[in-house]
Design a protein around this ligand. Structure first.
Ligand SMILES: [Zn+2]
Length: 85
């Protein structure tokens, strides 16, 4: 977790180190990682807005639709559009 907090991508952390963290949770006693009690109302309600995503045809990245920019009839991400954000 220290490496991730320092900005090291997960793909660059050796698998043995990743599995140490997995083992902490995997091997923990139930009472250390779970809270079990009566079921209570949570007050949850659906989100007011759901943002759809689409794939930018320029770079192939997922883009939230409000951030698409139209360039010559194509809907591109801000980076591919060359618009200033
Ligand atoms: Zn793009």
């Amino acid at each position: 977790m220290v490496k991730r907090a320092a900005g090291v991508p997960a793909s660059e952390i050796p698998e043995a180190e990743q599995l140490e963290l997995v083992g902490l949770v995997w091997d923990a006693a139930e009472e250390e990682v779970l809270t079990i009690g009566p079921v209570e109302p949570t007050g949850w309600r659906p989100a007011d807005e759901v943002v759809r995503f689409t794939v930018c045809p320029g770079c192939g990245e997922l883009v939230a639709e409000p951030y698409l920019r139209v360039v010559k009839g194509q809907q591109l991400c801000v980076g591919c559009s060359a618009y200033e954000s």
